[in-house]
Design a protein around this ligand. Structure first.
Ligand code: ADP
Ligand code: MG
Length: 356
């Protein structure tokens, strides 16, 4: 049973902008749900409608079966942590966390107790009397998180919560947020434009573009079986061979790409195997070798154009004779061997029929 439901929700700003376009989406209780999409696709607007900071132009937002139309933000069992954190600069950490509770009229002793618990939760006990400007970016983020959690919402909304943090801290904080969500048993709805972040944290992801949801699925499903070219290209790296289906037998097909190369492919459940088609293959599903592998079903040769050694992985760009670039990644599970490929070498890229 859905806990949060957007039903045919549209939000227009003036006559020009449709930020959210007839969108229907269900989120379950205790889910770690991520809204992912490029800047301007309507993520923040969708979150703000759930928080009660914007009203839909049409459609409804439901929580636990209740229509939220006309329910003001403070009456919703939902709290939002804003992109900018929006901490009060002249107030201590403690007072920032206590602010919403005071406004609610909670007794003083109870506020003190709650604030202490929140400080402990986000590991800021020693910083209670500091002002926001005396904290690091990561600590400020945790204050904002503690403040948003202090009122014990059933749903926590986080708009780009880690955007201001550097890479290392961001990755650590991703795991902290996941632990926290588990521990508190809350429903988290998080907005991000960062696909790695979404893949790391989400139970399910909704990929958005231009005010619409294109696919809702687990990270693995989205990565392995994207339902559209947009989703395939937005999540991770991918090679797409555009061509025509020339023969189809059961679950196998042959596809001829623009340059006349033919590939044998296995048709997955997402495949639409008629006429023109795009064969999409992730870089790690491709092999790169100096010679054409004897047993290769699908292989093309080209010139090694770029090599990026990343420690755990090596990324290759192979330039085909018609100028197209194919991206290949290999795992460096062993030490680099002497006959490693180098720039401008001729090489073969090959893949199995079920790689796409
Ligand atoms: P995202 O969070 O995915 O970057 P937003 O929800 O912020 O996207 O914005 C979606 C679209 O709606 C954008 O084109 C943006 O300019 C527009 N928009 C958002 N808020 C307003 C507003 N208050 N007034 C006018 N246009 C807005
Ligand atoms: Mg936004």
């Amino acid at each position: 049973k859905p806990f949060i439901r957007f039903e045919n929700v549209t939000k227009s700003f003036g006559s020009q902008t449709t930020a959210v376009d007839d969108l229907t989406l269900s989120i379950y209780e205790r889910e770690f749900f991520v809204l992912l999409g490029p800047s301007g696709c309507g993520k923040t607007t969708l979150l703000r409608m759930l928080g009660g900071f914007e009203q839909p132009t049409s459609g409804r937002v439901l929580l636990d079966g209740q229509d939220l139309s006309g329910v003001p933000p403070y009456r919703r069992p939902v709290n939002m942590m804003f992109q900018s954190y929006a901490l009060f600069p002249h107030m201590s950490v403690e007072k920032n966390i206590a602010f919403g509770l005071k406004q609610e009229g909670m007794p003083k002793a109870q506020i003190g107790e709650r604030v202490q618990r929140m400080l402990k939760l986000v590991k800021l006990e020693k910083y209670a009397s500091r002002k926001p400007h005396q904290l690091s970016g990561g600590q400020r983020q945790r204050v904002a998180l503690a403040r948003a959690l202090a009122k014990r919402p059933k749903v926590l909304l986080l708009d780009e919560p880690l955007g201001a943090l550097d890479k290392k801290l961001r990755e650590e904080t991703q795991f902290e947020l996941m632990d926290l969500q588990q521990e508190l048993g809350l429903t988290f709805v998080i907005v991000t434009h960062d696909q790695d972040e979404a893949m790391t944290m989400a139970d399910r992801i909704a990929v958005m573009d231009a005010g619409k949801v294109l696919q809702v699925a687990t990270p693995a499903e989205i990565y392995e079986a994207p339902n559209s070219r947009f989703v395939a290209e937005f999540i991770g790296n991918i090679n797409i061979f555009d061509g025509q289906i020339v023969e189809k037998t059961g679950s196998a097909a042959r596809i001829r790409d623009k340059s006349g190369t033919e590939f044998q492919i296995a048709l997955g459940s997402n495949a639409q195997a008629d006429g023109s088609a795009g064969l999409a293959v992730r870089p790690e599903k491709l092999q790169i070798t100096r010679e054409r592998p004897a047993d290769a079903v699908n292989a093309i040769d080209g010139e090694v154009w770029d090599i990026a050694y990343m420690g755990d992985l090596t990324l290759y760009n192979l330039k085909l004779d018609d100028g197209r670039i194919i991206k290949i990644s290999t795992i460096n599970s062993r030490r680099r061997v002497e006959d490693a490929l180098t720039w401008h070498d001729r090489a073969w890229v090959s893949f199995a029929p079920d790689a796409g």
